[in-house]
Design a protein around this ligand. Sequence first.
Ligand code: ATP
Length: 378
Amino acid sequence: MSSITITDLRKEYSVKAGTEVAVDGIDLAIESGEFISIVGPSGCGKTTTLRCIAGLEIPTSGTIAFDGVDVTEVPANKRDLAMMFQDIALYPHMTVRQNIAYPLKIAGIDKETRHETAREAAEVMQIGDLLDKHPGELSGGQQQRAGLARTIVQDPIAFLMDEPLSDLDAQLKIEMRREIQRVHKRLGKATIYVTHDQEEALTMSDRVVVLNDGRIEQIGAPEAVYNRPANAFVATFVGNPSINYLEGTVDSARGDSIDVSVHGRRFAMDLEPDARVSPGDTVAVGIRPQHVEVVADPDTGHFGGVLSLFEPVDDRAHTTVDGPEGEFRAVTDANAPFDEGDEIGLVVDEGKVLLFDDDTGELLARAATPDDPVSQRP
Ligand code: ATP
């Protein structure tokens, strides 16, 4: 137990101006034990989707089934799900033990059992020594652990989490991501995790669902959405800094192989299944900043430019270059010997170039390369 199947889910709200379509026909199947992230820009329908699964919203149409049983009309308190939100909202007047055990109290479980279960959950979250304290005596991270303990104590069929880490500082966020993954592995329950943070989604999930405007743009393993994005929306949303686009022209197309010219350089590419291009077509060539090397000699690279911004981040640096079509981003070593204003060259990893339809944004082709980049982690 337990798989969750969402079929043609649609949710409309009546608003002054008419109808707001929050979720516009979502099909999604979550396997038992799977960790799925729903990611996308603000207002794309992530929370509404989660609330429909939780039973907090009744869909306008479509169905939700748990293990093949239709629960679309089943109220939230009968769905046996545990939810964790951004606001962990521990009760300040209760001890940590009472807070963790609270869902069990609501469920009418006897005191001894719920205190024992709370102790076990606190042990899992490594706060077993804090059970008699009050929330006000805990650090932010300890409160978050108590919140997670209160979620797991319910022994639900699945966990639903809505941006639970967005209020935390960067260090704590990384720590809690690991905790959530550890707990997920230990309990083996399906988890649906909503976030607008694509990095969080890529690092934590078995599969990522990229939503846009109430619709699914792509469902896939983190490697797939990063290395083989279905379209330019996914390519742009996933990855930091954002992917660069240059205008290219299809030179030749022979069966599944095409050549594309970009500013006098030619790239050999393999067409995606069903993609059609003709010589002379204008296309968008996508190059991730991580797949570009900055070199000192402007004539050595595929393209040249002037380095306009050098921003160290950990051991890497985000560089911005006045490139062949304006701003171009590349990720380099933080110790790279470059200064702002330097004329530099940009060497593109030819095995990672992506090609998109100039009009529809659909992925048309990927670099012709013997190793399949989809099998590599970003
Ligand atoms: P965010 O990342 O900002 O939380 P989201 O992706 O979770 O956004 P939703 O909260 O699901 O998006 O909202 C999707 C759309 O539905 C938005 O346009 C929102 O304004 C609208 N919406 C959500 N709830 C309601 C409501 N109760 N009444 C009217 N419109 C709503």
